[in-house]
Design a protein around this ligand. Sequence first.
Ligand code: GLU
Ligand code: MG
Length: 437
Amino acid sequence: MNSDESKLVFVATSDLAGLVRGKSFPVSEWKKRSLRGVGWTPTNVQITCFDTIADSPFGSLGDLALIPEAGTRFQMGDPGNALDIALGDIQSLEGEPWDFCTRSHAKRALRELHELAGATVLSAFEHEFQLKDGPARPGDSFGLKGFRDGQAWAEALIAELDRTSCKPDTFMKEYGPSQYEITNKPATGITAADNAVILRILTDDVLHRFGVGSSFSPILDPDSVGNGVHIHFSFIDDQDNPLTHDVADPHGMSALTRHFIGGVLKYLDQIMALLAPSEISYLRLTPHRWSAAFNNLGYRDREASVRICPVSSRDSEAIARQYNFEVRAVDAAASPYLAYAALLFAGTQGVRDGLEPPAPTEEDLSLLGPEALAERGFRRLPQSLKEALDTMDRSQSVRSWFGDEFVNVYLDHKKQEMTELEGLDWQEKCNLYKEVY
Ligand code: GLU
Ligand code: MG
């Protein structure tokens, strides 16, 4: 074997724990492996983010294939330490998508919306992260000094992203201590969620090369701000015409947009366990942290779970193309594929049923009591992972979208994860998640 042939290709899956796991094979076998994949074990689905194994319906039985998708393949790392990597789908040996393959769920959700409404989704996942041992300088929110601290690794990261499907957009020093935000350009179809996986992989890898530890964990300190993942959505038709905007609507929403958001908000509490799937996620999702605490639609409001984003353009065609909304109730403990699938299923249900969202808010909902909230169609989102899991457990809708077996396995998975946290205080829990995500 020459040195090229001994190079490995890593096939990656983003699993129920929201982590990237996988296997590799020699690059010389790419052709064969891109058809056959690498062997995968059903019980792997129950490996929690702490590497313990939850109750599994599969035990030691069964075989699957993790199949790399050629279009996702990219090179990461320095030339001296490069890795050839591709994202993949988990299939049965007969070639059917496996019921627990997160990426396959998201692909199916995208297909269903397209079949129903002729809409292709354009999305971008906006990520915040923090340095593990970063200097917490006072006066550093959105600051130039903090930006300069990160500029060298940020530019290396941007260069690496640019070689993938995840095209960089903006980078900044965020509000929180050692907190940064990176955004990328929207992409259609499953590529949008692939890009979120790629962005997390490369951020971790590039910063590590610079000797900097980083974490996308939902919150590092119970008393500080969290790290959000905001998923931006817009729609186009098969001829690339924008479908999201309608100038006749007071807030610019097309009927498709209204119904989709109507579905997301109706089912939001039922899918929270998939969007914000760790115990500490619920420290972040509290009022006044600029995250999301209610199932409301906000007009340019950064505390709404769904926010209509501002457009900077003046001409109507450009507005229609720029117009988008973001879902803010997501974090990086969730696999991008599962969070995406859940939002797409909920939104598509809204389109199917012609649901309308409640009127957009421009106020502080935490000042309203439960009756006043209910009168206007708002609910406080679940306040703990346990509450989110119980709400999902009872949801016939989530069960119909993902399948009963998937929901039951997911509930067992998360229960096992929670047992690892028993007896710890909140800061100790944050410390554990900080190392995982
Ligand atoms: N850090 C906030 C979050 O947890 C978001 C702040 C912002 O970018 O508006 O979602
Ligand atoms: Mg931000």
